[in-house]
Design a protein. Structure first.
Length: 345
C-alpha cells in the first residue's frame, strides 16, 4: 500500500504501519479498554470467515454464501441500525418530549451556529477525517468512529456522549465530511481509491481512459480543478437543500415506534438483499442485529467490532506482504519503521 513517497523513492507509510494503525483504531472506543480490545479482536475473527487473501479456504460456518466472507454493509446495517431499533422497542416515539417533536427552522439554525462553539473538536475531527480518508480502503466508516472516540476521550463531560452531546455530533460529522476530501487526495495524487465514493469515480475515470496520479494532475489540471470546484459547490447546495428538506424529513419523529420499527426493519432486510442479491444479506442483517443488541446490553462497543470487520481483510493482506518484505523477520522490520514506532509509542 503506497501512501507517500519520500525523496529516496521508498514508501513513507508502509504495510507495517497499517498494522499498527489498526491497533490504534481498535483501542479508540467508548467503553473500557479491555472490552474495546475484546470487541475489536472479535471483529477481526469475523473478518477471517471465508477465503483467505492467500487463496486458502477457511470456515464458512457450513454456508456457501460466506465463501467471500461476511458481507460488510449488511453487517453494519444490522449491528448499527437494526440493533438500535430492537433497543427502542417498548418506547412510544423516537423523541419522548412532545415539544421537541415540533420542527423549528430557527432552532435548527441555532444548532448550526452551536457547531462553531467547539472549534477544537471541529478542526480535530476534520483533520482525523482527512488523514483516515486518504488511507486506501478505510474511508468515512472508520473516520467518524475514530473522531467520535477521540472527542469523548478528551472531553470534560464524557458522560454526556451517547445522549445527544453536540461535541460528539460535531466530531463525527466533521470527520465524515472531510474524509471524502482525503480520499479524493489519494485518488487524484496516487490513482487509488480511498472509499466507496472514490471507487465509483475511479471506475468513471477508467471509462474515459483517465488514470489518476502525478501525470494526471500535471497534464489535465482543468479536470482536477473542476472536481475541486464541484466539491465546493456541492457543499453549498447540500446546505441549502438540507435546510429546505428538514421540515419534511423531521416528521419521522412524529411517527409512533409501533409503526416505525417494523417498517425500518423491513427496509434493512430489503437493503441487505439488494446489496448481496441472495438470502445471505437479510440473514446477515438479522444475525448482526441480534449481536449488536447483545453487545449493547453488555456494554461492549459495537464500533470496535465493525472496525475489526472492516479492516481485518486488509490487515491480513498487509501482514502477509510485510512478512514477505521482511524476509521472515517481521519484528526487526517493524522496529525500523518510524511511523510504526510513533504509533506504537
Amino acid at each position: 500500500m503506497i501512501f507517500e513517497l519520500d525523496g529516496a523513492g521508498t514508501c513513507a507509510f508502509e504495510r507495517a504501519d497499517v498494522f499498527w494503525g489498526l491497533t490504534l483504531i481498535a483501542t479508540l472506543n467508548d467503553s473500557s479498554l479491555s472490552k474495546g480490545l475484546v470487541a475489536g479482536f472479535f471483529g477481526l475473527i469475523l473478518s477471517q470467515i471465508g477465503m483467505s487473501t492467500t487463496g486458502i479456504m477457511r470456515t464458512t460456518i457450513a454456508n456457501p454464501h460466506l465463501l467471500d466472507g461476511i458481507p460488510v454493509v449488511p453487517a453494519m446495517i444490522g449491528i448499527f441500525a437494526a440493533s438500535e431499533l430492537l433497543r427502542l422497542r417498548g418506547s412510544t416515539y423516537l423523541v419522548q418530549d412532545k415539544a421537541q417533536r415540533d420542527i423549528s427552522i430557527p432552532r435548527i439554525l441555532k444548532g448550526v451556529v452551536e457547531t462553531f462553539r467547539y472549534p477544537g473538536v471541529l478542526i480535530r475531527g476534520s483533520l482525523i477525517g482527512a488523514v483516515i480518508g486518504a488511507i486506501p480502503g478505510v474511508g468515512s466508516s472508520v473516520a467518524n468512529l475514530v473522531s467520535y472516540g477521540e472527542a469523548k476521550r478528551t472531553s470534560k463531560t464524557p458522560q454526556a456522549f451517547g445522549k445527544g452531546a453536540p461535541e460528539g455530533v460535531t466530531a463525527a460529522e466533521s470527520a465524515n465530511s472531510s474524509s471524502e476530501g482525503g480520499s479524493m487526495t489519494a485518488l487524484l495524487a496516487l490513482g487509488i481509491r480511498g472509499g466507496a465514493a472514490t471507487a465509483v469515480l475511479l471506475a468513471a475515470f477508467s471509462f474515459h481512459n483517465i488514470i489518476g496520479g502525478p501525470s494526471f494532475i500535471r497534464n489535465q489540471s482543468d479536470i482536477v480543478y473542476s472536481i475541486i470546484l464541484g466539491n465546493l459547490g456541492q457543499v453549498v447546495l447540500l446546505a441549502v437543500i438540507g435546510l429546505l428538506m428538514l421540515r419534511l424529513l423531521g416528521m419521522v419523529v412524529r411517527v409512533p415506534l409501533s409503526y416505525l420499527v417494523p417498517s425500518v426493519l423491513a427496509m434493512c432486510a430489503w437493503g441487505g438483499y439488494g446489496i448481496t442479491g441472495t438470502i445471505a444479506g437479510p440473514l446477515t442483517v438479522a444475525a448482526f442485529s441480534a449481536l449488536g443488541w447483545l453487545m449493547r446490553r453488555s456494554d461492549y462497543p459495537v464500533a470496535a467490532t465493525v472496525i475489526g470487520l472492516l479492516l481485518g481483510r486488509m490487515m491480513e493482506g498487509e501482514l502477509v506482504r510485510t512478512l514477505q518484505i521482511s524476509g521472515g523477520h517481521p519484528m526487526n522490520y517493524l522496529l525500523e519503521r518510524p511511523i510504526a514506532l510513533t504509533l506504537l509509542s
